[in-house]
Design a protein around this ligand. Structure first.
Ligand SMILES: Nc1nc2c(ncn2[C@@H]2O[C@H](COP(=O)(O)OP(=O)(O)OP(=O)(O)O)[C@@H](O)[C@H]2O)c(=O)[nH]1
Ligand SMILES: [Mg+2]
Length: 386
């Protein structure tokens, strides 16, 4: 095998030669780009799966993204998702240059129980938006993906047609481990996609719980997808999720299920009267649709458009985005402070002991926190004694 046919693992330093004696080489894969999308027709931007690629310069990243080059777009997102410090500096410089070109879009978050049909709806809605001339980026936010592998496989099959369509770009959830990491990456990916000319961003929430709150904090409109199940389907829904939603969609309103879905929609509509609306000046409504037949999907998008018009006119749209950016900054500060604190040598050294004392009941958690925080301030090595 020639040297060029060998693909090194990503962690091999760029400068490493054969002499370094790396024992691991990865065989070249199928010739497609790593996001699974077909290459560009010109063929110039197809990732051939060959040896390591040359690093792009800041200008190449910025120009490539702005001109809508999908290969550069994929690499720019990979850069944003990288945890390596040298990549993060470059990524931030790139984002600063891209920011003025982003933002003229609608960002829609979709949440709902597993199997509700979120990916199927994105496929149906996405194809419709494409034929209306939109360019669509689909992102998934899944804090658990680093553990479970996420639902990437499922999404690829559910969004089969869309993933082959050139007007759409589908990006599975970054494996960030902690939710904060995933959120930062998704937000920055969104900016990259928007500057590449994608005007509709759909974010699918994968997994339940915390990710809903995170996705709400990065989108303009938040959609809750439900299905009419057996029994009292309204019981299991947390009031909090409904109060965060701007639109409730009962999916699978087709075949035998149509009447039940309609009944569920009426129930949701009734409940909504008693809840706090999620967006100032907007009354959350419940719709029924079918991702299979496409019934109700045009109506659903009409509501999204109406939301955009109303909130833009009232200034709520812009105000929310500004607030989201401020919140984002503050959450980045707390995250970085936390990381700095736990990496402090004194804190690392003393934590096992402090934990032991708490477990044994000899130290109160509050007192322990105060002691540890004080350690963070000293530059000299200190061992706590009890
Ligand atoms: N009858 C009917 N089935 C649907 C509809 N939409 C989705 N399904 C089916 O429901 C199942 C789950 O669909 P997905 O689109 O994967 O659901 P999801 O909400 O993305 O699921 P997760 O990503 O696992 O949370 C699949 O078997 C779909 O074929 C619909 O409108 N009608
Ligand atoms: Mg899905």
């Amino acid at each position: 095998m020639t040297k060029d046919a060998i693909k090194r693992p990503e962690w091999v330093p760029d400068t490493a030669g054969e002499a370094e004696g790396f024992t691991t080489n990865v065989m070249s894969g199928i010739k497609s780009r790593h996001d699974g999308m077909p290459g560009s027709p010109s063929g110039t931007s197809v990732y051939t799966g060959g040896a390591r690629r040359r690093e792009l310069s800041l200008d190449e990243y910025v120009d490539g993204v702005l001109s809508g080059d999908r290969a550069v777009l994929a690499r720019a997102i990979t850069l944003v998702e990288s945890n390596a410090e040298r990549h993060q500096d470059l990524a931030q410089e790139m984002l600063m240059r891209l920011l003025p070109h982003a933002g003229k879009t609608i960002r829609v978050g979709i949440t709902g129980v597993p199997g509700a049909g979120k990916s199927s709806l994105i496929e149906t809605l996405g194809l419709r938006l494409c034929s209306d001339g939109h360019k669509l980026a689909v992102l998934a936010v899944d804090p658990s993906s680093s553990v479970t592998g996420g639902s990437i496989l499922g999404d690829k099959t559910r969004m089969e047609q869309l993933s082959r369509n050139r007007c759409a770009y589908i990006r599975p959830s970054p494996s960030g481990g902690v939710l904060g990491g995933v959120a930062r990456k998704s937000r920055e990916t969104m900016i990259v996609c928007e500057s590449a000319g994608f005007d509709v961003i759909l974010v699918e929430t994968v997994g339940v719980g915390q990710s809903e709150v995170t996705v709400r904090s990065m989108v303009d409109l938040f959609m809750l997808m439900q299905i009419a199940g057996a029994g009292d389907e309204l019981q299991g829904i947390k009031k909090g999720v409904m109060e965060r939603s701007d639109l409730i969609v009962v999916n699978k309103a087709d075949g035998d299920n149509k009447l039940r879905a309609e009944a569920a929609r009426v129930d949701y509509q009734r409940i909504l009267h008693f809840l706090q609306p999620s967006t100032e000046g907007w009354r959350t409504q419940a719709l029924a649709c079918s991702a299979y037949t496409g019934d109700g999907v045009a109506e659903l998008w009409a509501v999204v458009e109406e939301f955009r018009l109303n909130t833009t006119a009232s200034g709520v749209f812009e105000k929310r985005r500004q607030q989201q950016n401020l919140d984002w900054m503050h959450s980045m500060v707390s995250e970085q402070l936390k990381r700095k604190f736990y990496n402090h040598p004194n804190v690392r050294m003393n934590i096992p002991l402090v934990e032991e004392m708490i477990v044994k009941g000899r130290l109160s958690p509050t007192r322990a926190a105060t002691l540890l925080l004080a350690l963070d301030e000293s530059t000299e090595a200190r061992v706590l004694r009890f």
